[in-house]
Design a protein around this ligand. Structure first.
Ligand code: MRU
Length: 377
């Protein structure tokens, strides 16, 4: 995506093999990039959400395995493999919910078995990391094209060229991936094609990825949007102000249950009650075909209480400040994700097309996945 006329991805290697990312801590008030120079710094970057979003976490993990390979013993293949196995375990622990992380790590481990020396394996890890990033961008671009057809169908039903109103939760835009995004990719594709669209942006407490990241992305791209309080969606749906909900996903099971940012489930309930179509957009790397019942089986990350108790924002003088919003003695709990059962999901949008959120629907796009158990959660 373009920032001030310059094309950016969220993660990239420069000519000198230095790894760069967009710093998601300082948006929307500043646009900065950061350089990640070691495997442990990369684990910290995922854990503390310098980079975040399922696809970007996966791509970062791919590069993380390459950084680990650069730090691994270079002379002894057995010692190299042990080092990489430990690195894989450490990386998988950084954030537990997004499927893409374990998917990328396992893909790297499998790819490196093709090398017979540490040097070969290190080269394979670099090539694989770049392939993971490129494929993520390509998959998201295709999600945009498939999702655009849904928006076109809704636009055709609107009178006098009125915009299609899309509600989204959290940030599943290009900042959450390598480029394009999942839930926002259809919005960008429709907007670029001249379709009138308008996005209701849930603020997405506690970390406010909607307010700080989605709103920033849409502003930069010139897409009409309005920020709304997290609890406003049901009211808007009752009054015909939402034509479609499109959200991203962090993990989707074989039968189509979808883990996404906390609060997504409540939006799905409201959409169901009001007959508003509710779509989940995801690349293939977000499926976890080893799980079935998402509520029972998807591990939900619980993060620190400070994210709920303290909010960050810009003061009138332009500085950015953290403020506490509750009494000193009040404890807080902070579940980062919830699971929307497939019965509340109208359909899934992946790079392979649109399907029902059922095992049969998913099998129709992913026949090769029937009966596969992919990785440990
Ligand atoms: O905690 P985050 O910011 O990494 O959460 C991920 C998300 O932004 C959302 O859950 C998103 O909708 C899915 S990630 C594409």
């Amino acid at each position: 995506m373009n920032i001030d006329g310059k094309a950016y991805r969220t993660i990239w290697l420069d000519e000198a093999d230095r790894l760069h990312v967009i710093d998601q801590h300082v948006l929307p008030h500043r646009f900065e990039t950061a350089t990640i120079t070691s495997f442990s710094a990369l684990c910290d970057a995922i854990r503390n959400m310098l980079v975040r979003g399922a696809g970007l976490i996966g791509a970062t993990a791919g590069y993380g395995m390459w950084l680990a390979a650069c730090e691994a013993p270079a002379k002894d293949t057995e010692a190299f493999d042990t080092f990489m196995s430990d690195a894989a375990t450490a990386l998988k622990r950084t954030r537990p919910t997004a499927s893409n992380l374990a998917w990328a790590v396992d893909r790297q481990l499998a790819a490196m078995t093709r090398g017979s020396s540490p040097e070969e394996k290190r080269h394979i890890a670099k090539v694989t990391a770049q392939a993971i990033a490129d494929e993520d961008a390509e998959a998201c671009k295709r999600i945009g094209e498939h999702g655009k057809t849904l928006l076109e169908a809704l636009a055709a039903k609107k009178a006098n060229g009125a915009p299609v109103n899309i509600l989204t939760h959290c940030n599943a835009g290009w900042l959450a991936f390598v480029d394009y995004g999942s839930a926002l990719s259809p919005v960008y594709a429709a907007h670029n094609a001249g379709l009138p669209v308008h996005v209701w942006v849930d603020e997405t407490r506690p970390r406010n990825q909607g307010a700080s990241l989605t709103a920033w992305e849409l502003s930069r791209h010139g897409v009409p949007h309005a920020l709304i309080a997290d609890n406003a969606g049901g009211h808007l749906m009752q009054h015909g102000q939402v034509d479609i909900v499109i959200v991203g996903a962090d993990r989707v099971t074989r039968r189509g249950d979808a883990a996404n940012k906390i609060g997504t489930y409540l939006k799905a309930l409201a959409a169901h009650d009001n007959g508003v179509p509710f779509y989940v957009a995801l690349p293939s790397s977000t499926f976890d075909f080893s799980l079935d019942d998402g509520v029972a089986e998807i591990p939900i990350e619980e993060r620190g209480a400070a994210e709920v108790r303290i909010m960050s924002g810009k003061t009138p003088d332009g500085s950015v400040l953290d403020v506490q919003i509750c009494p000193d003695e009040t404890p807080a709990r902070n579940w980062a994700f919830d699971v929307t059962p497939n019965r509340l999901i109208t359909g899934l949008i992946s790079e392979r097309g649109v399907c029902q959120a059922t095992q049969e629907g998913i099998d129709s796009l992913y026949p090769e996945s029937a009966g596969t158990a992919r990785h440990d959660s």
